[in-house]
Design a binder for this molecule. Sequence first.
Ligand SMILES: NC(=O)N[C@@H](CC(=O)O)C(=O)O
Ligand SMILES: [Zn+2]
Ligand SMILES: [Zn+2]
Length: 453
Amino acid sequence: MTLSPSTGVRGVARSEGACGTVCLDGVRLLGAEPTDVLVRDGVIAAVGARSESVGARQVDATGLVMLPAFVDLHTHLREPGAEEAETIASGTRAAAEGGYSDVFAMANCAPITDTPRRLTHIAAVAARTAACRVHPVGAITRGLAGRELAPLAEMAAAGARMFSDDGRCVTDAAVMRAALAEARRTGTVVAQHAQCDRLADAGQINAGPAAERTRLPPWPGVAEESIVARDAVLAGETGAALHVCHVSTAGTVEVVRWAKQRGLPVTAEVAPHHLVLDDSLAATGDTLYKVNPPLRGAGDVAALRAALADGTIDAVATDHAPHPAHRKAAEWCDAPFGMLGLETALAIVAEVLTACGAECGSEPDWALIADLMAHTPARIGGVAAVAGRSLRPGEPATFTLVDPAADWTVDPADSHSLSRNSPYAERKFRCRPITTVVSGTVTSDRAGLLTPR
Ligand SMILES: NC(=O)N[C@@H](CC(=O)O)C(=O)O
Ligand SMILES: [Zn+2]
Ligand SMILES: [Zn+2]
C-alpha cells in the first residue's frame, strides 16, 4: 500500500460514529463570543446563522470553546515492537481524548521505521485500528544508528512528511547535512533529537544542583545547545526545514531565537512537561520524572514559557512516551526515559498561558493555543492540507470542544494509554477537551455530547 502523498493517511478507523447534522448552540469559536455552529456532512456548514440550522439536532454547547483539533508532531505509539507499553489503537485513543486529530508516530519502534514498507505497514495498521490520523515518521538513518542515511526519498514517496531518529541524535555533522539536503529535495522536514552524545556523556539528570544532590551522572544543557546551533547553520546552508524536538534549555531558546533572526529555516517544539516540571522533582529519585531531555532548572522553565508566548517556540508537541510500570519501577539509572503526555497537554498549555495560574478565573489566549497545537504543527509537518483548518464555513468539521472550567484531577488509572507513567497524578487542572471530531466523525466524547447514550 502506498500512502497518498497529498494526505499521507487514511481516515479514522475507530470512532463513535458520524455526528450527523448538528447545531452547536452557544459555542465559543476560538474562544470568541458565543455563537452557533452548524455541522453538516462532515463540514462546518454555517457559523452564527440560526436560520440555517432548521432540522439539525440542537446541542447545548454553552460555555464550551471550539478549537481546531490538535496535531502532535511527536508521539511514541510503540507499535510495532512494544505493544505492552502502547499500541496504535490505545495511543490514538489517548490522542483523541486529548483533543488530537493527527499524530506523528516516531520511528523508534521495533523494527525501526526505516523503509517504505515499514512505514506503509504502520499506516495500514492505523487504517484498521486508529482513533485519529497517524502520520508515520521515517528514520533519518538506518537502524537509528547515525551512520548511513535511510532511504528518505523512497519513504517520502510512500507518504513520509517528517524524518527523525528521535530517541537518538544524528551526531555526525556530515550525515545530518546529507539528510537535510535530501529533505530539501523531497520537501520534507528533519526533526532532530538534539543531544551530543559525547557531551551528554551518559548523563542521567540535569547538571547542577540536581546532579550534585543525587550524585547521578550530570547531563549538561550544552549537549543540546551545541547540536541545535550546528544544525541551524546546516539548515541555512542546505535550505532545508529543520525542526528541533523538545527544546529544554534557556540556552537552546537563545540559539533558536538567533536562528530565526537570521532567517534560517528552523522551527522548534516544546514538550508540556518542560513547561511545568523542573529538576527538583527529578532529584526526588521518582522515575516518573525521568525523561529525555531531562527536566531542567527553574530558569530554563521560565525561559521556555517566555519563548512559547513570544513565538520563539513554534509548537507544543507531547513526546508522549509510554513505558510499562515494571520498567519504570527499576532503579533510576536502569529505568527508561519518558512520560505520558497526550491527555494532559492542553490542560498544561492552557495553565501556562493563563497569566495568573490555574486558580484564577482568567482564560488563556485561545487563538495562540490553536496556533501552537494545531495550525503551526500541521504546517511544520506538511499536513496542513489534511489537518489544517480555520473552522470557517466550508472547512472540514475537525475540531475539539474544550471545557475551560472542567476543574479535573489527573488519575493515571483513567488514562486510555496502556501505560500509567504520567507525572501528573493528583494534579488539578482547569481546562479539558471533552469531545473531538474529525471531518464529522466523533472520535472521543467524554460527556456524550454528540453521541447521546
Ligand atoms: N522522551 C523520552 O524520554 N523518551 C522517548 C525518546 C525520546 O523522545 O527521546 C522514548 O521513546 O521513550
Ligand atoms: Zn527525543
Ligand atoms: Zn520522543
